[in-house]
Design a protein around this ligand. Structure first.
Ligand code: F6P
Length: 550
Protein backbone atom coordinates (compact mmCIF):
# COMPACT_ATOMS: atom_id res chain seq x y z
CA UNK A 1 0.00 0.00 0.00
CA UNK A 2 1.69 3.21 -1.14
CA UNK A 3 -0.44 5.97 0.25
CA UNK A 4 -0.62 6.65 3.97
CA UNK A 5 -3.30 4.90 5.95
CA UNK A 6 -4.69 8.25 6.92
CA UNK A 7 -5.61 8.79 3.24
CA UNK A 8 -7.82 5.69 3.17
CA UNK A 9 -11.54 6.49 2.85
CA UNK A 10 -12.30 4.35 5.94
CA UNK A 11 -9.68 6.25 7.96
CA UNK A 12 -11.07 9.61 6.89
CA UNK A 13 -14.62 8.47 7.55
CA UNK A 14 -13.55 7.50 11.07
CA UNK A 15 -11.99 10.93 11.61
CA UNK A 16 -15.22 12.63 10.58
CA UNK A 17 -17.24 10.19 12.68
CA UNK A 18 -15.06 10.89 15.76
CA UNK A 19 -15.91 14.62 15.48
CA UNK A 20 -19.60 13.85 15.09
CA UNK A 21 -19.65 11.50 18.06
CA UNK A 22 -17.63 13.77 20.37
CA UNK A 23 -20.57 15.52 22.07
CA UNK A 24 -22.34 12.22 22.71
CA UNK A 25 -22.18 10.99 26.32
CA UNK A 26 -22.26 7.28 27.19
CA UNK A 27 -25.37 8.03 29.23
CA UNK A 28 -27.06 9.15 26.04
CA UNK A 29 -25.82 6.17 24.02
CA UNK A 30 -27.28 3.79 26.61
CA UNK A 31 -30.56 5.72 26.73
CA UNK A 32 -30.84 5.59 22.94
CA UNK A 33 -30.45 1.83 22.74
CA UNK A 34 -31.92 -0.35 25.49
CA UNK A 35 -30.18 -3.41 23.96
CA UNK A 36 -26.77 -1.79 23.94
CA UNK A 37 -25.41 -3.84 26.85
CA UNK A 38 -26.19 -7.10 25.02
CA UNK A 39 -25.42 -5.85 21.53
CA UNK A 40 -21.86 -4.83 22.25
CA UNK A 41 -20.67 -8.08 23.75
CA UNK A 42 -18.93 -11.19 22.49
CA UNK A 43 -17.79 -14.47 23.97
CA UNK A 44 -15.06 -16.97 23.12
CA UNK A 45 -12.78 -19.49 24.81
CA UNK A 46 -14.39 -18.93 28.20
CA UNK A 47 -14.03 -15.13 28.07
CA UNK A 48 -17.00 -12.77 27.94
CA UNK A 49 -16.19 -9.31 26.64
CA UNK A 50 -18.67 -6.54 27.26
CA UNK A 51 -17.63 -3.46 25.32
CA UNK A 52 -20.86 -1.49 25.53
CA UNK A 53 -19.26 1.12 27.80
CA UNK A 54 -17.11 2.41 24.96
CA UNK A 55 -17.62 5.65 23.07
CA UNK A 56 -18.89 3.86 20.00
CA UNK A 57 -22.02 3.24 17.98
CA UNK A 58 -22.81 0.54 15.44
CA UNK A 59 -21.46 2.98 12.81
CA UNK A 60 -18.11 3.25 14.62
CA UNK A 61 -17.76 -0.50 14.59
CA UNK A 62 -18.77 -0.78 10.94
CA UNK A 63 -16.19 1.85 9.97
CA UNK A 64 -13.45 0.20 12.04
CA UNK A 65 -14.25 -3.11 10.36
CA UNK A 66 -14.07 -1.38 6.97
CA UNK A 67 -10.65 -0.07 7.92
CA UNK A 68 -9.59 -3.57 9.03
CA UNK A 69 -10.64 -4.94 5.65
CA UNK A 70 -8.89 -2.13 3.79
CA UNK A 71 -5.74 -3.02 5.78
CA UNK A 72 -6.04 -6.67 4.73
CA UNK A 73 -6.40 -7.80 8.33
CA UNK A 74 -7.71 -11.28 7.51
CA UNK A 75 -4.99 -12.18 4.95
CA UNK A 76 -2.36 -10.76 7.28
CA UNK A 77 -3.58 -12.96 10.15
CA UNK A 78 -3.40 -15.93 7.81
CA UNK A 79 0.11 -14.95 6.71
CA UNK A 80 1.28 -14.83 10.33
CA UNK A 81 -0.18 -18.25 11.14
CA UNK A 82 1.32 -19.70 7.94
CA UNK A 83 4.82 -18.64 8.94
CA UNK A 84 5.40 -15.93 6.35
CA UNK A 85 8.14 -13.42 7.19
CA UNK A 86 5.75 -10.89 8.77
CA UNK A 87 8.61 -9.49 10.84
CA UNK A 88 9.93 -7.65 7.79
CA UNK A 89 12.88 -5.80 9.32
CA UNK A 90 14.38 -9.03 10.66
CA UNK A 91 13.02 -11.11 7.77
CA UNK A 92 11.52 -13.62 10.14
CA UNK A 93 8.25 -15.35 10.79
CA UNK A 94 6.39 -14.65 14.03
CA UNK A 95 5.16 -18.12 14.80
CA UNK A 96 4.32 -17.99 18.51
CA UNK A 97 1.04 -19.71 17.55
CA UNK A 98 3.14 -22.79 16.67
CA UNK A 99 4.19 -23.05 20.33
CA UNK A 100 0.69 -24.15 21.29
CA UNK A 101 -0.32 -26.42 18.43
CA UNK A 102 -1.74 -29.68 19.79
CA UNK A 103 0.48 -32.78 19.57
CA UNK A 104 0.23 -34.48 16.21
CA UNK A 105 -0.59 -31.34 14.21
CA UNK A 106 2.27 -30.68 11.82
CA UNK A 107 3.52 -27.29 10.67
CA UNK A 108 6.03 -27.57 7.84
CA UNK A 109 8.58 -24.84 7.23
CA UNK A 110 11.68 -25.20 5.05
CA UNK A 111 11.22 -28.98 5.03
CA UNK A 112 10.97 -29.26 8.84
CA UNK A 113 7.96 -29.93 11.01
CA UNK A 114 8.41 -27.17 13.55
CA UNK A 115 5.40 -28.33 15.59
CA UNK A 116 7.21 -31.64 16.15
CA UNK A 117 10.30 -29.69 17.29
CA UNK A 118 8.15 -27.74 19.74
CA UNK A 119 6.71 -30.95 21.18
CA UNK A 120 10.17 -32.46 21.50
CA UNK A 121 11.20 -29.50 23.68
CA UNK A 122 7.96 -29.76 25.68
CA UNK A 123 8.71 -33.44 26.27
CA UNK A 124 12.26 -32.54 27.39
CA UNK A 125 10.80 -29.95 29.80
CA UNK A 126 8.30 -32.47 31.17
CA UNK A 127 10.96 -35.15 31.68
CA UNK A 128 13.22 -32.64 33.41
CA UNK A 129 10.34 -31.41 35.59
CA UNK A 130 9.65 -34.98 36.66
CA UNK A 131 13.30 -35.50 37.56
CA UNK A 132 13.52 -32.32 39.63
CA UNK A 133 10.16 -32.65 41.37
CA UNK A 134 10.65 -36.33 42.20
CA UNK A 135 14.16 -35.69 43.48
CA UNK A 136 15.92 -37.67 40.74
CA UNK A 137 17.74 -34.52 39.58
CA UNK A 138 19.66 -33.48 42.66
CA UNK A 139 22.21 -30.86 43.45
CA UNK A 140 25.94 -31.53 43.27
CA UNK A 141 26.13 -32.50 46.92
CA UNK A 142 23.17 -34.88 46.61
CA UNK A 143 20.51 -32.63 48.14
CA UNK A 144 17.13 -32.35 46.35
CA UNK A 145 16.29 -29.09 44.59
CA UNK A 146 14.01 -26.83 46.65
CA UNK A 147 14.46 -23.48 44.94
CA UNK A 148 14.49 -22.28 41.35
CA UNK A 149 16.19 -19.04 40.36
CA UNK A 150 15.06 -17.78 36.95
CA UNK A 151 17.58 -15.35 35.48
CA UNK A 152 16.40 -13.39 32.45
CA UNK A 153 15.05 -9.99 31.47
CA UNK A 154 12.22 -8.62 29.31
CA UNK A 155 10.33 -11.51 27.78
CA UNK A 156 12.64 -13.96 29.55
CA UNK A 157 11.39 -12.65 32.90
CA UNK A 158 8.09 -10.77 32.71
CA UNK A 159 6.05 -13.64 31.26
CA UNK A 160 7.37 -16.39 33.53
CA UNK A 161 7.07 -14.24 36.65
CA UNK A 162 3.56 -13.08 35.74
CA UNK A 163 2.42 -16.67 35.19
CA UNK A 164 4.13 -17.94 38.35
CA UNK A 165 2.13 -15.42 40.38
CA UNK A 166 -1.06 -15.86 38.38
CA UNK A 167 -1.14 -19.65 38.73
CA UNK A 168 0.07 -19.97 42.28
CA UNK A 169 -3.09 -21.87 43.22
CA UNK A 170 -2.12 -24.55 40.71
CA UNK A 171 1.39 -25.28 41.96
CA UNK A 172 1.94 -29.01 42.11
CA UNK A 173 5.42 -28.97 43.58
CA UNK A 174 6.97 -27.46 46.67
CA UNK A 175 9.54 -25.68 44.53
CA UNK A 176 9.88 -22.02 45.33
CA UNK A 177 10.69 -19.92 42.23
CA UNK A 178 12.40 -16.57 42.37
CA UNK A 179 13.17 -14.20 39.53
CA UNK A 180 16.25 -12.08 38.91
CA UNK A 181 16.25 -9.61 36.05
CA UNK A 182 17.77 -6.28 37.02
CA UNK A 183 21.40 -5.33 36.53
CA UNK A 184 21.22 -3.78 39.98
CA UNK A 185 23.06 -6.31 42.21
CA UNK A 186 20.41 -5.74 44.86
CA UNK A 187 18.03 -7.84 42.76
CA UNK A 188 20.29 -10.90 42.83
CA UNK A 189 21.04 -10.32 46.50
CA UNK A 190 17.35 -10.14 47.42
CA UNK A 191 16.36 -13.13 45.26
CA UNK A 192 19.01 -15.39 46.78
CA UNK A 193 18.43 -14.19 50.32
CA UNK A 194 18.08 -17.27 52.52
CA UNK A 195 18.74 -19.72 49.66
CA UNK A 196 21.20 -22.57 49.89
CA UNK A 197 23.07 -22.94 46.57
CA UNK A 198 23.23 -26.70 47.20
CA UNK A 199 19.42 -26.84 46.87
CA UNK A 200 18.99 -24.27 44.10
CA UNK A 201 18.51 -24.75 40.39
CA UNK A 202 19.39 -21.74 38.22
CA UNK A 203 17.59 -21.34 34.89
CA UNK A 204 19.41 -18.89 32.62
CA UNK A 205 16.75 -17.70 30.20
CA UNK A 206 18.00 -15.77 27.21
CA UNK A 207 16.94 -16.31 23.64
CA UNK A 208 20.14 -14.72 22.34
CA UNK A 209 22.39 -15.55 25.30
CA UNK A 210 23.90 -12.13 24.66
CA UNK A 211 21.86 -9.87 26.94
CA UNK A 212 24.21 -8.05 29.29
CA UNK A 213 21.93 -7.98 32.35
CA UNK A 214 21.29 -11.72 32.11
CA UNK A 215 24.91 -12.66 31.50
CA UNK A 216 26.13 -10.54 34.42
CA UNK A 217 23.54 -12.11 36.75
CA UNK A 218 24.31 -15.58 35.37
CA UNK A 219 28.02 -15.07 36.12
CA UNK A 220 27.12 -13.95 39.60
CA UNK A 221 24.95 -17.05 40.06
CA UNK A 222 27.75 -19.24 38.77
CA UNK A 223 30.19 -17.73 41.29
CA UNK A 224 27.57 -18.17 44.03
CA UNK A 225 27.14 -21.87 43.15
CA UNK A 226 30.89 -22.51 42.92
CA UNK A 227 31.55 -20.68 46.20
CA UNK A 228 28.73 -22.59 47.91
CA UNK A 229 29.70 -26.03 46.64
CA UNK A 230 33.43 -25.57 46.35
CA UNK A 231 33.74 -27.07 42.90
CA UNK A 232 33.45 -25.76 39.30
CA UNK A 233 31.81 -29.03 38.31
CA UNK A 234 28.73 -28.09 40.35
CA UNK A 235 27.75 -25.57 37.64
CA UNK A 236 26.48 -28.20 35.18
CA UNK A 237 24.30 -29.71 37.92
CA UNK A 238 22.85 -26.45 39.19
CA UNK A 239 22.47 -24.41 36.02
CA UNK A 240 20.33 -25.11 32.98
CA UNK A 241 19.64 -22.73 30.11
CA UNK A 242 16.79 -21.82 27.82
CA UNK A 243 18.19 -20.36 24.63
CA UNK A 244 18.28 -20.39 20.85
CA UNK A 245 22.05 -19.94 21.17
CA UNK A 246 23.01 -23.40 22.39
CA UNK A 247 26.71 -22.87 21.67
CA UNK A 248 26.92 -19.79 23.90
CA UNK A 249 25.06 -21.52 26.73
CA UNK A 250 27.39 -24.50 26.50
CA UNK A 251 30.37 -22.15 26.37
CA UNK A 252 29.15 -20.80 29.71
CA UNK A 253 29.44 -24.32 31.18
CA UNK A 254 25.79 -25.37 30.91
CA UNK A 255 25.12 -28.83 29.47
CA UNK A 256 21.34 -28.94 29.71
CA UNK A 257 19.86 -26.48 27.20
CA UNK A 258 16.17 -26.19 26.29
CA UNK A 259 15.77 -24.92 22.76
CA UNK A 260 14.09 -21.82 21.30
CA UNK A 261 13.72 -20.65 17.72
CA UNK A 262 14.38 -17.39 15.89
CA UNK A 263 10.72 -17.26 14.80
CA UNK A 264 9.56 -16.65 18.37
CA UNK A 265 10.04 -13.17 19.84
CA UNK A 266 10.93 -12.71 23.52
CA UNK A 267 7.65 -11.05 24.49
CA UNK A 268 5.70 -13.86 22.80
CA UNK A 269 7.57 -16.67 24.52
CA UNK A 270 6.12 -17.42 27.94
CA UNK A 271 4.55 -20.58 26.51
CA UNK A 272 7.89 -21.84 25.14
CA UNK A 273 10.74 -23.29 27.22
CA UNK A 274 11.05 -19.77 28.66
CA UNK A 275 8.14 -21.05 30.78
CA UNK A 276 10.29 -23.83 32.29
CA UNK A 277 9.90 -22.30 35.77
CA UNK A 278 6.13 -22.34 35.18
CA UNK A 279 6.19 -26.02 34.30
CA UNK A 280 8.36 -26.82 37.32
CA UNK A 281 5.80 -25.03 39.50
CA UNK A 282 2.49 -26.22 38.02
CA UNK A 283 3.54 -29.46 36.32
CA UNK A 284 3.32 -30.59 32.68
CA UNK A 285 -0.45 -31.30 32.72
CA UNK A 286 -1.40 -27.78 33.81
CA UNK A 287 1.21 -26.30 31.46
CA UNK A 288 -0.49 -28.17 28.61
CA UNK A 289 -3.88 -26.90 29.83
CA UNK A 290 -2.45 -23.36 29.52
CA UNK A 291 -1.23 -24.13 25.99
CA UNK A 292 -4.71 -25.43 25.11
CA UNK A 293 -6.14 -22.10 26.31
CA UNK A 294 -3.72 -20.23 24.04
CA UNK A 295 -4.56 -22.51 21.12
CA UNK A 296 -8.31 -22.08 21.55
CA UNK A 297 -7.92 -18.29 21.29
CA UNK A 298 -5.57 -18.69 18.30
CA UNK A 299 -8.23 -20.69 16.48
CA UNK A 300 -10.90 -18.16 17.38
CA UNK A 301 -8.69 -15.31 16.07
CA UNK A 302 -7.95 -17.20 12.87
CA UNK A 303 -11.49 -18.33 12.07
CA UNK A 304 -14.18 -16.22 13.81
CA UNK A 305 -15.85 -13.47 11.76
CA UNK A 306 -14.07 -10.17 12.44
CA UNK A 307 -17.20 -8.64 13.97
CA UNK A 308 -17.40 -11.39 16.64
CA UNK A 309 -13.68 -11.84 17.09
CA UNK A 310 -12.50 -10.88 20.59
CA UNK A 311 -8.89 -9.93 19.76
CA UNK A 312 -10.06 -8.06 16.65
CA UNK A 313 -12.71 -6.13 18.58
CA UNK A 314 -10.25 -5.19 21.32
CA UNK A 315 -7.64 -4.23 18.73
CA UNK A 316 -10.10 -2.06 16.80
CA UNK A 317 -11.18 -0.28 19.98
CA UNK A 318 -7.54 0.34 20.91
CA UNK A 319 -6.95 1.94 17.49
CA UNK A 320 -10.14 3.98 17.81
CA UNK A 321 -9.01 5.55 21.10
CA UNK A 322 -5.38 6.06 20.20
CA UNK A 323 -5.63 7.29 16.63
CA UNK A 324 -9.04 8.93 16.48
CA UNK A 325 -9.76 10.12 20.02
CA UNK A 326 -6.12 10.92 20.92
CA UNK A 327 -6.10 8.86 24.13
CA UNK A 328 -2.44 8.58 25.12
CA UNK A 329 -2.74 5.67 27.57
CA UNK A 330 -4.71 2.58 28.55
CA UNK A 331 -5.22 1.32 32.11
CA UNK A 332 -5.18 -2.42 32.78
CA UNK A 333 -7.15 -3.15 35.93
CA UNK A 334 -7.32 -6.83 36.91
CA UNK A 335 -9.72 -7.56 39.76
CA UNK A 336 -7.65 -10.62 40.72
CA UNK A 337 -4.67 -10.20 42.96
CA UNK A 338 -2.91 -13.15 41.32
CA UNK A 339 -2.82 -11.08 38.11
CA UNK A 340 -0.68 -8.52 39.93
CA UNK A 341 2.11 -8.71 37.35
CA UNK A 342 -0.24 -8.77 34.36
CA UNK A 343 -0.04 -5.00 33.68
CA UNK A 344 3.78 -5.12 33.80
CA UNK A 345 3.79 -8.11 31.47
CA UNK A 346 1.41 -6.33 29.07
CA UNK A 347 3.63 -3.26 29.04
CA UNK A 348 6.32 -5.17 27.17
CA UNK A 349 3.84 -7.02 24.97
CA UNK A 350 2.05 -3.86 23.88
CA UNK A 351 4.69 -1.13 24.00
CA UNK A 352 7.70 -3.05 22.71
CA UNK A 353 5.44 -4.30 19.93
CA UNK A 354 3.55 -1.17 18.92
CA UNK A 355 5.75 1.67 20.16
CA UNK A 356 6.65 2.40 16.54
CA UNK A 357 6.38 5.47 14.33
CA UNK A 358 7.40 4.20 10.92
CA UNK A 359 5.35 1.96 8.67
CA UNK A 360 6.35 -1.48 7.44
CA UNK A 361 7.77 0.30 4.41
CA UNK A 362 9.86 2.62 6.61
CA UNK A 363 7.82 5.81 6.12
CA UNK A 364 6.92 8.01 9.10
CA UNK A 365 3.35 7.51 10.26
CA UNK A 366 1.11 10.58 10.39
CA UNK A 367 -1.18 9.28 13.14
CA UNK A 368 -0.71 8.25 16.78
CA UNK A 369 0.15 4.57 17.29
CA UNK A 370 0.72 2.47 20.42
CA UNK A 371 -0.43 4.11 23.66
CA UNK A 372 1.19 3.78 27.10
CA UNK A 373 -0.12 0.79 29.06
CA UNK A 374 -0.11 0.82 32.83
CA UNK A 375 -2.14 -0.47 35.72
CA UNK A 376 -2.46 -2.19 39.06
CA UNK A 377 -4.89 -4.69 40.45
CA UNK A 378 -8.25 -3.37 41.63
CA UNK A 379 -9.07 -2.61 44.40
CA UNK A 380 -5.56 -1.34 45.21
CA UNK A 381 -5.62 1.00 42.23
CA UNK A 382 -8.90 2.49 43.46
CA UNK A 383 -7.05 3.88 46.47
CA UNK A 384 -4.19 5.19 44.37
CA UNK A 385 -4.88 6.53 40.89
CA UNK A 386 -8.60 6.08 40.20
CA UNK A 387 -9.09 9.68 41.40
CA UNK A 388 -7.39 10.76 38.17
CA UNK A 389 -9.39 8.27 36.09
CA UNK A 390 -12.65 9.74 37.39
CA UNK A 391 -11.88 13.43 37.74
CA UNK A 392 -8.51 14.07 36.11
CA UNK A 393 -10.10 15.08 32.82
CA UNK A 394 -7.98 12.80 30.61
CA UNK A 395 -9.37 10.18 28.29
CA UNK A 396 -7.97 6.86 29.57
CA UNK A 397 -9.76 3.75 28.33
CA UNK A 398 -9.70 0.97 30.93
CA UNK A 399 -9.73 -2.81 30.71
CA UNK A 400 -11.47 -4.25 33.78
CA UNK A 401 -10.69 -7.96 34.14
CA UNK A 402 -12.42 -10.26 36.60
CA UNK A 403 -13.65 -13.74 37.43
CA UNK A 404 -17.02 -15.17 38.47
CA UNK A 405 -15.37 -17.45 41.03
CA UNK A 406 -12.49 -16.69 43.32
CA UNK A 407 -9.80 -19.21 44.16
CA UNK A 408 -10.43 -19.39 47.89
CA UNK A 409 -13.37 -20.45 50.01
CA UNK A 410 -14.14 -16.79 50.81
CA UNK A 411 -16.94 -16.44 48.30
CA UNK A 412 -18.46 -13.48 50.10
CA UNK A 413 -15.23 -11.51 49.93
CA UNK A 414 -14.79 -12.43 46.27
CA UNK A 415 -18.30 -11.13 45.57
CA UNK A 416 -17.34 -7.81 47.17
CA UNK A 417 -14.40 -7.64 44.77
CA UNK A 418 -16.69 -8.26 41.79
CA UNK A 419 -19.06 -5.60 43.12
CA UNK A 420 -16.17 -3.12 43.00
CA UNK A 421 -15.27 -4.10 39.45
CA UNK A 422 -18.84 -3.59 38.23
CA UNK A 423 -19.27 -0.39 40.23
CA UNK A 424 -16.14 1.13 38.75
CA UNK A 425 -17.26 0.39 35.19
CA UNK A 426 -20.55 2.08 36.02
CA UNK A 427 -19.02 5.10 37.76
CA UNK A 428 -16.54 5.62 34.94
CA UNK A 429 -19.21 5.46 32.23
CA UNK A 430 -22.09 7.32 33.82
CA UNK A 431 -20.65 9.46 36.59
CA UNK A 432 -23.33 11.46 38.37
CA UNK A 433 -25.54 14.42 37.54
CA UNK A 434 -26.07 17.70 39.36
CA UNK A 435 -29.62 16.62 40.17
CA UNK A 436 -28.38 13.39 41.71
CA UNK A 437 -25.82 15.27 43.76
CA UNK A 438 -28.39 17.79 45.00
CA UNK A 439 -30.75 14.94 45.87
CA UNK A 440 -27.87 13.52 47.93
CA UNK A 441 -27.69 16.80 49.84
CA UNK A 442 -24.43 18.11 48.35
CA UNK A 443 -24.29 21.89 48.97
CA UNK A 444 -23.94 24.10 45.90
CA UNK A 445 -20.39 25.26 46.68
CA UNK A 446 -19.19 21.62 46.78
CA UNK A 447 -20.98 20.51 43.61
CA UNK A 448 -18.04 21.01 41.17
CA UNK A 449 -15.67 19.10 43.46
CA UNK A 450 -18.02 16.15 43.82
CA UNK A 451 -18.93 16.03 40.16
CA UNK A 452 -18.27 12.84 38.22
CA UNK A 453 -18.53 13.73 34.55
CA UNK A 454 -18.52 10.07 33.48
CA UNK A 455 -18.12 9.20 29.80
CA UNK A 456 -14.91 7.30 30.64
CA UNK A 457 -14.79 4.19 28.46
CA UNK A 458 -14.01 0.67 29.58
CA UNK A 459 -14.01 -2.92 28.40
CA UNK A 460 -15.04 -5.56 30.90
CA UNK A 461 -13.61 -9.04 30.53
CA UNK A 462 -15.06 -11.83 32.65
CA UNK A 463 -14.18 -15.51 32.83
CA UNK A 464 -15.50 -18.21 35.12
CA UNK A 465 -12.26 -18.68 37.01
CA UNK A 466 -8.54 -17.93 36.76
CA UNK A 467 -7.13 -21.24 35.50
CA UNK A 468 -4.15 -22.19 33.34
CA UNK A 469 -6.52 -22.40 30.36
CA UNK A 470 -8.25 -19.07 30.95
CA UNK A 471 -4.89 -17.39 31.50
CA UNK A 472 -3.55 -18.86 28.24
CA UNK A 473 -6.60 -17.56 26.37
CA UNK A 474 -6.28 -14.13 28.00
CA UNK A 475 -2.63 -13.76 27.00
CA UNK A 476 -3.38 -14.89 23.43
CA UNK A 477 -6.28 -12.42 23.34
CA UNK A 478 -3.93 -9.52 24.06
CA UNK A 479 -1.19 -10.88 21.73
CA UNK A 480 -3.65 -10.93 18.84
CA UNK A 481 -5.19 -7.59 19.79
CA UNK A 482 -1.67 -6.14 19.51
CA UNK A 483 -1.29 -7.73 16.06
CA UNK A 484 -4.66 -6.32 14.96
CA UNK A 485 -3.61 -2.83 16.05
CA UNK A 486 -0.27 -3.13 14.25
CA UNK A 487 -2.05 -4.20 11.10
CA UNK A 488 -4.33 -1.16 11.18
CA UNK A 489 -1.36 1.10 11.86
CA UNK A 490 0.73 -0.68 9.23
CA UNK A 491 3.66 -1.08 11.64
CA UNK A 492 5.81 -4.09 12.53
CA UNK A 493 4.90 -5.41 16.01
CA UNK A 494 7.69 -7.99 16.04
CA UNK A 495 10.93 -5.99 16.06
CA UNK A 496 12.32 -3.71 18.80
CA UNK A 497 15.07 -1.56 17.30
CA UNK A 498 14.20 1.18 19.78
CA UNK A 499 16.02 -0.63 22.60
CA UNK A 500 19.37 -0.76 20.81
CA UNK A 501 20.79 2.77 21.07
CA UNK A 502 20.71 2.80 24.88
CA UNK A 503 22.54 -0.55 24.96
CA UNK A 504 25.31 0.76 22.68
CA UNK A 505 25.70 4.00 24.62
CA UNK A 506 25.81 2.12 27.94
CA UNK A 507 28.77 0.11 26.66
CA UNK A 508 30.56 3.33 25.69
CA UNK A 509 29.61 4.92 28.99
CA UNK A 510 30.99 1.97 30.90
CA UNK A 511 34.36 2.61 29.23
CA UNK A 512 33.97 6.32 29.96
CA UNK A 513 33.38 5.73 33.66
CA UNK A 514 36.31 3.35 33.85
CA UNK A 515 38.74 5.86 32.35
CA UNK A 516 40.42 8.59 34.41
CA UNK A 517 39.45 11.53 32.21
CA UNK A 518 36.13 12.34 30.61
CA UNK A 519 35.82 12.33 26.86
CA UNK A 520 35.33 15.62 25.07
CA UNK A 521 32.75 13.95 22.81
CA UNK A 522 30.13 14.06 25.53
CA UNK A 523 27.48 16.74 25.93
CA UNK A 524 27.87 19.24 28.77
CA UNK A 525 25.00 17.82 30.85
CA UNK A 526 26.38 14.28 30.75
CA UNK A 527 29.84 15.63 31.62
CA UNK A 528 28.36 17.44 34.62
CA UNK A 529 26.63 14.24 35.74
CA UNK A 530 29.84 12.22 35.38
CA UNK A 531 31.67 14.85 37.36
CA UNK A 532 29.07 14.73 40.15
CA UNK A 533 29.15 10.91 40.13
CA UNK A 534 32.95 10.77 40.32
CA UNK A 535 33.18 13.34 43.09
CA UNK A 536 30.57 11.65 45.24
CA UNK A 537 31.73 8.14 44.50
CA UNK A 538 35.28 9.06 45.48
CA UNK A 539 34.09 10.45 48.80
CA UNK A 540 31.79 7.48 49.61
CA UNK A 541 32.94 4.62 51.87
CA UNK A 542 32.12 1.94 49.24
CA UNK A 543 35.20 -0.18 48.62
CA UNK A 544 34.27 -2.34 45.66
CA UNK A 545 34.18 -0.49 42.34
CA UNK A 546 34.81 -3.40 40.06
CA UNK A 547 32.15 -4.06 37.45
CA UNK A 548 32.08 -7.15 35.30
CA UNK A 549 33.05 -6.33 31.72
CA UNK A 550 31.07 -8.00 28.96
O1 F6P B 1 16.20 -5.63 24.78
C1 F6P B 1 14.96 -6.08 24.45
C2 F6P B 1 14.94 -7.57 24.38
O2 F6P B 1 15.51 -8.00 23.21
C3 F6P B 1 13.51 -8.11 24.52
O3 F6P B 1 12.82 -8.06 23.32
C4 F6P B 1 13.76 -9.46 25.05
O4 F6P B 1 12.60 -10.02 25.62
C5 F6P B 1 14.83 -9.17 26.07
O5 F6P B 1 15.64 -8.17 25.46
C6 F6P B 1 15.68 -10.33 26.49
O6 F6P B 1 16.32 -10.94 25.40
P1 F6P B 1 17.04 -12.33 25.55
O7 F6P B 1 15.99 -13.36 25.87
O8 F6P B 1 17.70 -12.60 24.24
O9 F6P B 1 18.03 -12.23 26.68
Amino acid sequence: MNRSHSQLPAWQALQAHAIQLAPCHLRQLFADDPQRGQRFSAEACGWYLNYAKNRITATTLALLLQLANACQLRPRIQAMFAGEAVNVTEQRAALHTALRLPAGVALWRDGEDIAAQVHAVLAHMAAFTGQVVEGRWRGYSGLPIRHVLNIGIGGSDLGPEMVYQALRHYRHSRLDCRFVSNLDPCDFRAATDGLNPAETLVIVCSKTFKTQETLVNAQRARAWIVAGLGDERAVARHCVAVSANRAAAQGFGIDCVFGLWDWDGGRYSLDSAIGLSTMLAIGPAQFHAMLAGFHAMDQHFLHAPLADNLPVLMGLLAVWYSSFLAAPSVAILPYAHDLKRFPAYLQQLTMESNGKSVTLAGRPVDYPTGPVYWGEPGTNGQHAFYQLLHQGGQLIPCDLIGFCHGLTADTGQHQLLVAHLLAQGQALAFGNTLAEQRADGVPDWLLPHRRFAGNHPSNTLLAERLTPASLGSLVALYEHSVFTQACLWQINPFDQWGVELGKTLARQMQAELASASASVRLDSATLALIDYYRTHQASSPCDSRSAPTL
